[in-house]
Ligand binder design. Structure first.
Ligand code: G3H
Length: 525
């Protein structure tokens, strides 16, 4: 099918700079080619999108030095700046970012295969997240524009930055999830080093200048390269105060373990999950099926919040399987810009082979593919296979598939899914389908203690972004939401003074002269 004019790749992007200490430094060393698994020609071949710098340890440490210098032991321009001025920088950034929507959306489609509607949503949701963050921080500042007095001590309490933040985002939301870490980290007065994920890298190129000209030098440093080569030396150095990572717990553990000062290091982590759906026998099947379709297949299951195992009551499992499988087979595969394309090319070239391994393992242990198209493979895709009956000895039960394969397990005793969840290394969310409140009530009371969000009669999801996004065990450390992220990237810090004439005269003068940016009761209107 012909690619519409506006989405064609007419020229490749040569990203030959990286952002360090406010300078877009030219890189003349080794580079890596960025390919899309989407073909531009009739006969399948990957499409070359451009090149990025393959930076090494020297450049990584140069970025760390820049972030440390910008924080300047707490004396830097950025961490000491008035909140209202930091907000002005963020507004400047988002205004420029909005002008790059078409370029970023096009690259989201090519680099990670996200369909047009979801790519546009990712961009718009990120812009909205920035505005909501500005609004929330403004309110936080208003709330702290005051003194408290207890036990003869006056206190002026605010939230202050933590220091230097290393930000690493995931490839499935290379813009949104990365910015959901980066933006609150920056606005709270931290200085940052940011390395894009393995896919979804070039889509940041249109935003580099906006980062460069919106913030003081060294506040945002952007580097390219392999995690092992650039992120590990930065952590090993010991000057990073926060590791902010959305990705895999293994990478988080590895990075955390090389940092020499474990109490200095704070962690903000969004990690993997194996969110189950539990479909009770009185569930509205139409609703449960359509929510399970969205939960298992949107963005081909490449979401940490995706439903990755379906528990269906044995009384309804045959009916569920039949209707669910038909709906999976009716999903349309196509390139991201094609009308109605719900399933789209997988950005990882080796993903179809990995999913096939999971299918082969499950089949060898007694499961069957119950949908007609399940497992059909093309150059860049493997059609979602619905596997039934799945048992705990299968890899597809144990591993976070992060791709198009759907395990179904039937249960007669509700203790089975509950025990499995308690035993699991993960604890992000669950979807619970049913109606009878006498059955639901004790289940809800248990499930909220096993995960951090119980979705009643709906699939799992992160949004709306004002709600807390977190998880237990290997699924997360710290909580993200517009408000919680501002807290996660800051710490309460305050000025205290005994309530006497001597101190109070000093405080009054500090307030009247507006000499301090911290001790201030100015109210942002
Ligand atoms: O990859 C995990 C994302 O946080 C999921 O977000 O539920 O909005 O797709 P979402």
């Amino acid at each position: 099918m012909k690619i519409p004019e506006q989405y064609q790749i007419k020229e490749t992007i040569t990203q030959n700079t990286y952002l360090v200490a406010g300078e877009l430094k030219e890189w003349t060393g080794q580079t890596s080619e960025v390919y899309s698994t989407i073909s531009s020609t009739e006969n399948y071949q990957k499409t070359l999108l451009g090149t990025i710098p393959t930076l090494g340890e020297t450049e990584a440490l140069e970025a760390l030095d820049a972030a440390v210098a910008a924080y300047d032991k707490g004396q830097g321009l950025w961490p000491t700046m008035k909140v209202v001025d930091r907000i002005a920088c963020m507004e400047k950034f988002v205004t420029q970012m909005k002008t790059k929507r078409d370029e970023v959306v096009k690259l989201l489609m090519w680099e990670i295969g996200k369909n047009l509607a979801d790519s546009e949503k990712e961009f718009d949701r990120t812009v909205q997240y920035i505005y909501d963050t500005i609004e929330d921080y403004t309110q936080m500042d208003r709330d702290s524009a005051k003194f408290e007095k207890h036990g003869g001590v006056n206190a002026h309490i605010r939230r202050g930055p933590l220091g230097v933040v290393l930000c690493l985002g995931p490839y499935n939301y290379p813009l949104n999830e990365t910015f959901a870490l980066l933006i609150p980290a920056i606005i709270m007065g931290n200085t940052t080093i940011f390395k894009p994920a393995k896919f979804g890298v070039l889509l940041l190129s249109p935003l580099l200048e906006a980062f460069q000209n919106s913030f003081p030098k060294g506040v945002v440093n952007i580097i390219y390269g392999r995690g092992r080569t650039v992120a590990s030396p930065i952590m090993k150095d010991g000057r990073v105060d926060v590791l902010a990572l959305i990705g895999n717990s293994k990478s988080a553990n590895a990075l955390q373990s090389v940092h020499p000062k474990s109490n200095r290091l704070r962690m903000v982590l969004g990690l993997e999950a194996k969110n189950p759906a539990i479909v009770l026998k009185d569930a509205d099947l139409d609703l449960a099926i359509s929510e399970c379709i969205a939960g298992t297949t949107s963005f081909n299951g490449q979401r940490c919040t995706a439903l990755k195992v379906l528990y269906v009551h044995e009384a309804i499992v045959d009916e569920f399987n039949k209707r669910f499988s038909e709906k999976v087979d009716a999903l349309q595969f196509g390139n991201p810009w094609e009308e109605g394309a719900k399933l789209t090319p997988l950005p990882e070239p080796d993903k179809p082979a990995y999913i096939q391994e999971l299918i082969d393992d499950a089949e060898a242990k007694g499961a069957k593919i119950i949908n007609a198209k399940g497992g059909e493979t093309t150059d860049n895709y493997i059609f979602p296979a619905v596997l039934y009956p799945v048992t705990k000895d299968m890899r597809v039960y144990e591993e976070e598939q992060f791709g198009p394969v759907i395990p179904v397990i039937s249960f007669s005793d509700i203790e089975q899914p509950l025990d499995d969840m308690a035993e699991s290394n993960y604890g992000q969310q669950v979807s619970l389908f049913g109606k009878d409140t006498k059955t639901l009530a004790p289940l809800i009371d248990t499930l909220v203690n096993l995960v951090c969000r119980v979705n009643l009669n709906s699939s799992c999801q992160r949004g709306p972004d004002v709600y807390p996004f977190t998880g237990r065990k290997d699924s997360a450390v710290a909580t993200l939401s517009v408000h919680d992220a501002l807290r996660s990237f800051s710490i309460r810090t305050f000025v205290a003074s005994k309530d006497n004439d001597y101190n109070n005269a000093i405080l009054t003068e500090l307030l009247q002269t507006r000499a301090s940016n911290f001790v201030s009761t100015d109210y942002i209107l």
